[in-house]
Design a protein around this ligand. Structure first.
Ligand code: HEC
Ligand code: HEC
Ligand code: HEC
Ligand code: HEC
Ligand code: HEC
Length: 187
């Protein structure tokens, strides 16, 4: 047998299978946990949604103004917290820490929880304007002391709702579907 024949018949297929298995295994075990449900990193200040958005009923949009105005909902600046905490609970260690950050002029580096890969395009506006509640995607945030990722950020989850969003929409909504063409989310 010619040496090249042997290479093509045996070594190449075996090599190809080995490479494939390695790629799949590495992918499986190093999959970023950010795409999975339940991701819940510790935050620099123990801010509680349960207290602020639940008990005190501060509207989501008071702090996440971007959700109706831009692609990203955004997190509030320390300035927004200080609207209340210049006078509220100023003797609490967490608020003393908050005030120190405010006075230093440095931003408060909250750990990001939801984070799609860069090649995915998401925009809050069409979703919020269609009447989909924050809770449909983010869960009952107003009952969470620490926010965790409620939704799966997998493509199949986006597409599942886009194919049949009616359960997420207000009754008699004129919206029937979300886009399924690749370019809508990968542009
Ligand atoms: C008083 C201000 C305030 C209010 C009101 C508020 N939030 Fe937040 N939210 C924050 C801050 C600060 C963070 C970042 C720290 C954290 O994750 O707890 C945050 C984080 C989040 C995150 C996670 C962001 C990420 O990194 O992925 C979601 C989702 C969220 N809020 C949704 C909501 C919803 C839904 C409501 C209404 C039910 C709401 N928030 C009300 C201040 C607020
Ligand atoms: C609308 C007013 C308001 C806003 C805005 C607000 N808070 Fe509060 N926050 C309160 C009140 C009132 C309490 C105290 C409730 C209680 O225990 O009596 C509180 C309690 C807290 C506590 C617990 C303090 C302790 O030791 O008990 C932390 C931490 C806190 N807030 C952080 C924040 C952060 C961070 C922001 C900005 C993202 C923020 N708050 C925005 C009103 C506000
Ligand atoms: C259709 C599902 C959906 C709805 C409805 C929705 N979100 Fe989100 N939200 C997401 C996704 C997906 C991300 C991650 C975006 C990224 O990583 O680029 C996100 C990210 C966030 C973040 C992190 C900062 C940012 O903007 O990336 C906050 C805060 C947030 N959402 C708050 C809200 C609030 C408040 C509402 C309601 C007014 C809301 N969301 C409605 C899916 C949704
Ligand atoms: C709970 C239902 C639901 C989920 C989950 C959802 N979407 Fe949507 N999305 C919709 C609906 C409904 C529309 C159409 C809104 C309209 O036509 O007014 C839409 C529209 C869009 C659009 C079109 C925006 C435009 O400017 O035309 C994009 C992009 C999009 N979604 C991306 C995503 C991505 C990425 C995810 C997953 C991370 C996602 N969506 C998850 C319901 C959902
Ligand atoms: C509604 C939004 C949406 C649409 C439409 C969509 N995608 Fe995606 N896609 C995503 C999201 C979110 C991710 C990242 C999460 C994941 O990997 O599941 C992704 C990831 C991917 C990946 C990377 C997969 C991986 O595991 O690394 C490929 C390839 C891809 N999409 C191809 C496509 C093609 C081809 C189409 C058209 C048939 C398409 N997508 C349509 C949202 C979408």
């Amino acid at each position: 047998m010619h040496p090249f024949d042997r290479a093509f018949r045996l070594i190449l297929p075996v090599g190809a299978v080995a490479v494939l298995v390695t790629v799949l295994a590495v992918g499986w075990f190093t999959e970023p946990d950010q795409l999975l449900k339940g991701y819940e990193p510790a935050q620099p200040i123990p801010f509680s949604h349960k207290l602020h958005a639940g008990t005190m009923k501060v509207p989501c949009l008071y702090c996440h103004v971007g959700a109706t105005r831009s692609r990203i909902a955004g997190v509030p600046s320390v300035e927004t917290c200080m609207n209340c905490h210049r006078v509220t609970k100023t003797d609490s260690p967490a608020i003393i820490q908050l005030t120190r950050i405010y006075e230093s002029g440095r931003p408060l580096l909250w750990k990001r929880i939801h984070d799609l890969p860069d090649y995915v395009y998401f925009d809050h506006r069409p979703h919020v304007h269609a009447g989909i509640a924050c809770q449909t995607c983010h869960g009952e945030v107003q009952t969470m002391d620490v926010v965790y990722q409620h939704m799966s950020m997998r493509m199949g989850n986006c597409l599942g709702c886009h194919r049949d969003p009616h359960a997420a929409l207000p009754e008699h909504s004129p919206v029937k579907r979300g886009p399924e063409n690749c370019y809508a989310c990968h542009r």
